[in-house]
Design a protein around this ligand. Structure first.
Ligand code: 5GP
Length: 261
């Protein structure tokens, strides 16, 4: 599948057009950013791992009836996806209080929530993706009431499925971020899951040691970022597909290369 022109470049991904109507190519970069771009680095091999991990999770979600934008993985760094009209909202799901929730409300870090908490943020880098109420979504027509109802239902099902999947491999799904988009289906708009689900977008803690296996290793300068992502891939049963060990040897990484930019 040939790549056309660049449609969008984000912090960790690039979207290219294709000749096929309604399809695009999603390319996973090695760039890591945090605190809305204030901290930046290149983490060699991260894009390859996120491509494989996100493919695995989205394929599994598809099998349990959660429609999403993934068509198929094309190669080490690219996926063929359905081109969606992104809804400008980040949907955050929390099972355990940490991160911005504890900072904002003074809740003790690690508090297990009685039931999953959904939060909405307005997807706007210039404003640092501010937390919003559902009423803001309707006031500014970012999504309809029906769309938000569907998004909430899908989000709870995704959380149930993913919590179980990660529990089975000794990992706690602490929190994560989802994005949704609209596609046209027989003259009707349909909401589907978009973007990626990976250690970049989830907080994943080892059940026994509570070791962080996600992007907090980068945010908090904990080191061994690639090893943590490889550990998640290994436990999910994702096996390396090439002999290019510097990028995909999940068991024994030969190098971690973090270039500060
Ligand atoms: P927090 O609001 O505590 O910073 O993040 C909650 C969860 O959503 C974390 O798993 C975090 O990784 C994810 N998340 C929130 N906003 C973003 C974002 O802009 N980019 C990425 N990659 N993840 C995000």
């Amino acid at each position: 599948m040939n790549k056309g022109k660049k449609l969008y470049e984000g912090k960790a991904k690039i979207i290219y057009e294709t000749k096929e109507k309604g399809l695009a190519i999603q390319h996973f970069k090695d760039d890591a950013t945090a605190f809305n771009n204030k901290k930046k680095a290149t983490v060699e091999g991260k894009g390859v791992l996120n491509n494989r991990i996100s493919e695995h999770i989205l394929n599994n979600l598809n099998q349990v009836g959660i429609k999403n934008h993934l068509v198929k993985r094309l190669n080490m760094r690219e996926q063929l996806i359905k081109l969606v009209e992104i809804i400008p909202i980040e949907v955050i799901v929390r099972n355990i209080a940490t991160g911005s929730l504890t900072k904002r409300l003074g809740v003790t870090d690690g508090t297990v929530l009685e039931k999953p908490l959904i939060e909405f943020c307005y997807k706007k880098d210039e404003l640092d993706d501010p937390l919003i109420a559902k009423e803001h979504i309707f006031a500014f027509n970012w999504a309809t009431k029906e769309e938000i109802k569907i998004i909430e239902e899908m989000t709870f099902r995704i959380n149930d499925f993913m919590s179980g999947m990660f529990r089975g491999i000794g990992i706690k799904l602490v929190d994560f971020k989802l994005e949704f988009g609209r596609i046209w289906n027989n003259d009707q708009k349909e909401v589907i899951l978009a973007d990626e689900i990976s250690p970049d977008t989830c907080r994943l803690w080892d059940i026994k040691s509570e070791k962080k296996l996600d992007k907090d290793r980068f945010r908090k300068d904990l080191g061994n970022i690639i090893q943590a992502y490889q550990e998640v891939a290994r436990r999910l049963g994702i096996v390396p597909e090439t002999t290019n060990v510097s990028e995909v040897n999940f068991k024994k990484p030969t190098s971690i290369n973090i270039k500060k930019r």
